[in-house]
Write a new protein. Structure first.
Length: 154
């Protein structure tokens, strides 16, 4: 099976929304029902398509002199097949095209003991992201967030 990485278009919105509906371990109801559908209208990005459906996506926006990952997900049936890495490569190309040397994101910190986010942190660390900021929050479900960045060769 061939996976194609392509630029996110408005026509992909329903496929991304269908995908996020299957990612309950990573996206809570507010993210699935409200935040991501809104952000898809305003953020740029890429999708991974297997020819039948969207199996992965990444959204991007520029702020504070960095390209920031807004949302990223890969269907559980397609984990560990390199799709997440391919989406990050597309994001790095996006950085280079814009002359921006930093790709950044945030996720739950290590204080949150939850296997899906252990895997998320491991994924970013394996792709040479490093922590540049830790924040404590007043949200009991997410007491710590970490901001991660990767320097992109221009």
């Amino acid at each position: 099976m061939t996976i194609t990485i392509k630029h996110l278009t408005p026509a992909d919105t329903s496929g991304v929304i269908e995908l996020i509906g299957s990612l309950h371990d990573w996206f809570d109801e507010d993210a699935r029902e409200r935040a991501i559908p809104i952000d898809l209208r305003f953020q740029d990005g890429f999708v991974a398509d297997d020819g039948k459906r969207i199996v992965g996506f990444i959204t991007l926006y520029v702020a504070e002199g960095r390209v920031n990952i807004g949302w990223m997900g890969v269907h559980a049936d397609f984990h560990r097949q390199g799709i997440g890495g391919d989406l990050l490569e597309a994001a790095e190309s996006y950085c280079r095209e814009r002359g921006i040397a930093v790709l950044a994101t945030y996720t739950l910190g290590e204080a949150v003991e939850y296997e899906p986010y252990d895997a998320t942190r491991a994924f970013y660390f394996a792709h040479r992201f490093s922590i540049y900021q830790r924040s404590q929050t007043d949200n009991p479900a997410c007491p710590e967030e970490i901001k991660l960045k990767k320097l992109v060769a221009l």
